[in-house]
Design a protein around this ligand. Structure first.
Ligand SMILES: NC(=O)c1ccc[n+]([C@@H]2O[C@H](COP(=O)([O-])OP(=O)(O)OC[C@H]3O[C@@H](n4cnc5c(N)ncnc54)[C@H](O)[C@@H]3O)[C@@H](O)[C@H]2O)c1
Length: 258
């Protein structure tokens, strides 16, 4: 029987690469994303199936606790187990601190932070119900380690994810569950398209220029592909990381050093 992983935000981007990699590692996959993303998720489903594993799409809003509980129940029921949760879904906002509105904060915190509480709660409940020593892997960021200008809302949500990863790791350790996080650098996905576009509005540089300019700050001399991140999540979801918990692992090609 294959192990089961639920990955939020897996219709596209880093989540899709994680789903593909975990399928190659032997997992059946629940792709949990906003309902309107079901068509886009067909490509992730095809990649998982090409790796010889089962994939289902579950429509959910990670900012809704009841939704999250139901998604975990559905994944466990339809795929016959529950071993790994990847709290990958997240959004960015690009604005100077002095311009951030109450609406901005009320939008981003539920998606980037509350969702990680809800995911940890739902997964731990299911692991215990099934008698599984589970693994929870959260999406942090380089912006969880260092604050970046005009990413104040985003950076603070990712600092919160890092803190929560450390707390939950200690609280869930007695039950044998691990909680870790991956901290990507500059990954070419829809998220960076948005950041690039917003930066262009601020500094007038042509489309794509702000993204390209990031390379000068990366020791390995290139921006990241989603699969670079998936390799580290694969480790954190596997038995190779059984003695690792509460850690945030930078996957940034050499941008920050800790
Ligand atoms: N792209 C980067 O450079 C980068 C760097 C550091 C960290 N990250 C983090 O990696 C994760 C994935 O980012 P990505 O670059 O693949 O972004 P992306 O925008 O390409 O994909 C994000 C996915 O999350 C889904 N999503 C958004 N809100 C949701 C909600 N409320 N409920 C359910 N699903 C929702 C979207 O539909 C989408 O499929 C995010 O947490 C992001 O903060 C990305």
């Amino acid at each position: 029987m294959s192990k089961v992983a639920l990955i939020t935000g897996a219709a596209q981007g880093i989540g899709r690469a994680i789903a593909t990699k975990l399928a190659e590692d032997g997992f059946d996959i629940a792709i949990a994303d906003l309902p309107f993303q079901e068509e886009v998720a067909a490509e992730t489903i095809a990649a998982v199936e090409a790796a010889g594993h089962r994939a289902i799409f579950i429509g959910l809003n990670v900012a809704d606790k009841a939704n999250f509980d139901a998604a975990v129940d559905e994944a466990a029921e339809k795929l016959g187990g529950f071993d790994v949760l990847v709290n990958n879904a997240g959004i960015a906002q690009v604005k100077p601190v002095l311009e951030v509105t109450q609406e901005d904060l009320e939008k981003i915190y539920p998606i980037n932070v509350y969702s990680v509480f809800y995911g940890i709660q739902a997964a731990a409940r299911k692991f215990d119900e099934l008698g599984v020593k589970g693994k929870i892997v959260n999406a942090a960021s380089i912006a969880a380690i260092q604050g970046f200008p005009i990413l104040g809302t985003y950076s603070t949500t990712k600092f919160a994810v890092r803190g929560l990863t450390q707390v939950a790791a200690q609280e869930l350790a007695p039950k044998g569950h691990t909680v870790n996080a991956y901290a990507p650098g500059i990954v070419g996905t829809g998220m960076w398209e948005l950041i690039d576009e917003e930066l262009s509005k601020i500094n007038g540089k042509p489309k794509g220029q702000n993204f390209k300019e990031q390379i000068s700050g990366i020791a390995l001399g290139r921006t990241s592909e989603p699969r670079d991140v998936a390799g580290v999540v694969s480790f954190l979801a596997s038995e190779n990381s059984d003695y690792v918990t509460g850690q945030v692992i930078l996957v940034d090609g050499g941008m920050l050093y800790n």
